[in-house]
Each structure stands twice: as C-alpha cells, then as structure tokens.
Design a protein around this ligand. Structure first.
Ligand code: C5P
Length: 221
C-alpha cells in the first residue's frame, strides 16, 4: 500500500450533521478526528467564566496546554458557549493561535492513525488546503435548528425551539459574514445537503465518494 496518509477537510454551518459524519468517517477509515469548533468553545468557556483574565497571553497559555480530553467535556455544549465561540473566533490573533494547533494535528496526527479528519469553518481552504477530499456539509436552517434543539433539550429542559433557531441564524450570520476566515464552500468542496438524509444514508453517500477517491489516489504499488 502507498503509505501516504489521508487528509479529509469538512466545513459546515452549525447543526448540519458534520460532526456526526466526521466521527463516522474517522472511525471507519481510522483517521484522527479533530472537532475544531471545540477549541473555540473551550476558549469561549474560559472567557465567560473569567472575562477579566481573558487576554492574549492567557489565551496563548491555554491553547498551548490544551488536552484533547478537555474538548469532550459536556460543559462546552451549551448554546451560549457556541454563540460566544462565534464572537471570539472573529479575532485574527486568536485564530492565529488556534490555527497552529489545528495544523499540527492535521498534518501530524498521533501514531497509529491512517491520517486526519477535521471539521470546522475554514478547514477546506485555510487549515487543510491540500486535503485529499473536501466536503461542505449543510442543511436547511430550520432542520439544523430542530436537530440542535433536540441535542440541547437533553442538557436543558427549559430550552425553546424558537430561541435555538434565532441563535443558529445569528451564528450563521457571524460565521458567513466575518472578514477573517469566513465559512464558505470552496470550488473544490463536494456539497452534501443533509436536509432529507438520515445519518446512515448520508454516511453511505460519503463513503462512496471517499472510496472512489482512495481507489484513484492511494493505488497499491
Ligand atoms: O462547530 P461549532 O458549532 O462547535 O463551532 C463553534 C463556533 O466556533 C462556530 O460558530 C464558529 O464561529 C467557530 N469556529 C470557527 N472556525 C472553526 C471552527 C469553529 O470559527 N474552524
């Protein structure tokens, strides 16, 4: 087998199902998975917890010390954290610090993996511009809000669907319209619209695309 490692880049707006697909892809192809939004969420968590301390040197220290296990913490899931993440992620200096750690994992995944799979907002053109396969995963905004509402309801019973919809729309606005690293579909990204797809159907579609690409790129010697 050709030993070249596989790099998969995914960009998507909130609630489109990209995280679910990225996890399935990573398990199936044994790729290291990095949910890059969680890094911004972790910083947002620190900011909300201690706004006075939240300056660039504090952020630099925190980013340097990030442990992957921290990114799985449930405290990062609430809506307010996601929204705050979409505010701090507009900052060029903060993005610069976060970019470094993303690129490290993208290009040097831990030993034992066949490559890496990252999802976020600027992965396809900023973090992994030379990815082997790029996806832009999206869905109708009401469907995305409905899915996010179901997830958030498990954490907070009092959450209301109209509030989640409003927050997703605001977050879309922040992510698509910001000047630095906005969310966009690049011309070489394959569009996957999950509005009418189940998780399995979507994954089967994605698998077909990846298998075809692997066959043509990673030929046996
Ligand atoms: O993906 P998730 O919803 O957890 O991301 C939270 C926020 O972090 C996004 O709304 C976006 O503003 C920001 N983000 C980003 N660039 C990335 C990943 C996330 O700006 N690569």
């Amino acid at each position: 087998m050709n030993k070249k490692s596989i790099k998969i880049a995914i960009d998507s707006p909130a609630g489109a199902g990209a995280g679910t697909q990225a996890k399935l892809i990573s398990q199936y192809y044994n790729l290291f998975y990095l949910d890059t939004g969680k890094i911004y969420r972790l910083l947002a968590y620190y900011k909300l917890k201690n706004p006075k301390k939240f300056n660039l040197s504090f952020i630099r220290k925190k980013v340097k010390k990030i442990k992957l296990s921290e990114l799985n913490n449930k405290k990062l899931l609430p809506n307010e954290i996601g929204f705050e993440a979409s505010i701090i992620s507009k900052n060029k200096k903060i993005r610069g610090l976060v970019d470094k750690i993303q690129k490290k994992y993208a290009y040097k995944p831990p030993k034992g993996f066949n490559g890496s799979c990252l999802d976020g907002r600027d992965i396809t053109y900023n973090i992994l511009p030379d990815a082997d396969i790029k996806f832009f995963i999206t869905a109708n905004v009401k469907i995305r809000a409905r899915r996010r509402y179901k997830e958030l309801k498990l954490l907070n019973k009092n959450i209301k669907y109209p509030d989640v919809l409003k927050s997703i729309k605001k977050r879309d606005n922040n992510d698509y319209k910001r000047k630095i690293s906005p969310l966009k579909r690049t011309s070489d990204s394959i569009l996957i619209n999950t509005t009418n797809l189940t998780i399995n159907k979507c994954f089967n579609l994605i698998k077909k695309i990846i298998n075809k690409k692997i066959k043509s790129t990673f030929k046996t010697i």
